[in-house]
Design a protein around this ligand. Structure first.
Ligand SMILES: Cc1ncc(COP(=O)(O)O)c(C=O)c1O
Length: 392
């Protein structure tokens, strides 16, 4: 018999009742060190006092009004984002998937209004993840995600990850856009080299193609910069963010230059909940805290500290771990056994991690994780590795 909750997830038999900082407490009272953060969502940890305060203050004033009215909290968050990025304008969504849909619509509308309605083709990359709508699965194109859901939104061309030659051939004067995650999350913490991002920018500039960065997972301070692309010194025309921007409140956004957004006039897009006062009040507090250069420098320092510890885990447990990858606090451990087995051993050791493709275990702790919790996390990962070694 089908359960009351549609069984689309492979759930662990763990249910949590409370969160505080980097720690989660399960129903049985056991505490777990959370290195998953709801898959890069709880950027400031669980129940951050400033976010609890902002949420409760706003909840007592106003939760929701329609986008037919001006929403001051939305305008404030948009100003914070444009003031701290390449973007001139922002549209708010409830999720990364919705941001992907708008990014695609915006790019196509730009060329349509520029007199080139035939420029609809979008270049995407193997291993990508942009969400679960029919448009977003077409963009990612993997067999696993699209099988059984056709016909898909047409117009996507898929290149192998890191295929510069393929990019040179595929990006032409007829291309609408290129969509890429500067660091693939679900794909296995694959960091696109700076030179590759620069090449894509150049090819887009030469051909009038729009460059879309999907920073849903790698953005919002995760790499030690507010946005991951800042490391490469190039900017996109359109960018999707979500996850960390709400710190746990469902919130996403599309950021764009004035030029790229020029087709999105009144009536061309909308959302009932996107950008509601409650979400935007929380989002603004999150951005204020994360965009602080001192905070970002700490993320980079903590990332280096954690990476160093992970490198020595790899050295101590060569039968379990192969190598470390990532940037800042978006880290991956390439595993020898299936990462799902390492995740399970982690549960037993009281540490929560997330599996990804390419046999990688993802570590996405709260950006403000205390150094003592990093040390504890490494000790627990060590215990998990020992469990796996003794079980072999
Ligand atoms: C890079 C990337 N893009 C888009 C999405 C989709 O976001 P959401 O699940 O909020 O719809 C995700 C979610 O994991 C993601 O990692």
């Amino acid at each position: 018999m089908i359960p009351p909750v549609l069984p689309t997830y492979n759930r662990a038999p763990l249910a949590f009742v409370k969160g505080e900082g980097s720690w989660l407490t399960a129903e049985d009272g056991r505490r777990y060190l959370d290195l998953g953060s709801g898959i890069a969502v709880n950027a400031l940890g669980h129940a951050h006092p400033a976010l609890v305060q902002t949420l409760t203050d706003q909840a007592q004033k106003l939760w929701h009004v329609s986008n037919v009215y001006t929403i001051p909290e939305q305008e404030r968050l948009a100003q914070l984002l444009t003031g701290n990025s390449f973007a001139d304008t922002v549209f708010f969504t409830n999720s990364g998937t919705e941001a992907a849909e708008l990014a695609i619509k915006m790019a196509r509308k730009f060329h349509h209004d520029a007199g080139h309605p035939e420029r609809t083709g979008i270049v995407a990359f193997e291993g990508a993840f942009h969400g679960r709508s029919t448009g977003a699965i077409a963009a990612a194109g993997s067999e696993k995600m699209v099988k059984g859901f056709g016909p898909l939104m047409p117009g996507f061309v898929h290149l192998k990850w890191g295929d510069s030659e393929g990019a040179r051939a595929a990006i032409t004067n007829d291309t609408c856009a290129v969509i890429i995650e500067p660091i693939q999350g679900e794909g296995g913490i694959r960091v696109v080299p700076d030179a590759e991002l620069k090449l894509l920018r150049e090819l887009c500039d030469e051909t009038g193609t729009l460059l879309i960065f999907d920073e849903v997972q790698c953005g919002m301070g995760r790499t030690g910069r507010l946005f991951a692309h800042e490391w490469a010194g190039v900017t996109p025309d359109i960018m999707m963010v979500a996850k960390g921007i709400g710190g746990g409140f469902p919130l996403g956004a599309v950021l764009a230059t004035e030029r790229a957004a020029s087709g999105m006039t009144a009536g061309t897009h909308g959302s009932t909940y996107g950008g509601n006062p409650l979400g935007c009040a929380v989002g603004a507090r999150v951005v204020e805290l994360i965009a602080d250069p001192a905070f970002l420098a700490e993320v980079a320092r903590k990332g280096a500290l954690m990476r160093q510890g992970l490198e020595s885990l790899v050295a101590r447990h060569p039968a379990v771990f192969d190598s470390v990858r990532g940037e800042g606090l978006m880290l991956g451990l390439k595993c020898k056994p299936a990462p799902a087995d390492v995740v399970k051993a982690g549960y037993e050791a009281g540490v929560l991690t997330v599996a990804a493709a390419d046999n990688v275990l993802r570590l996405l702790p709260a950006l403000n994780i205390p150094d003592a919790d990093i040390a504890e996390a490494l000790a627990r990962l060590d215990q998990a590795a020992v469990r796996l070694e003794t079980a072999q």
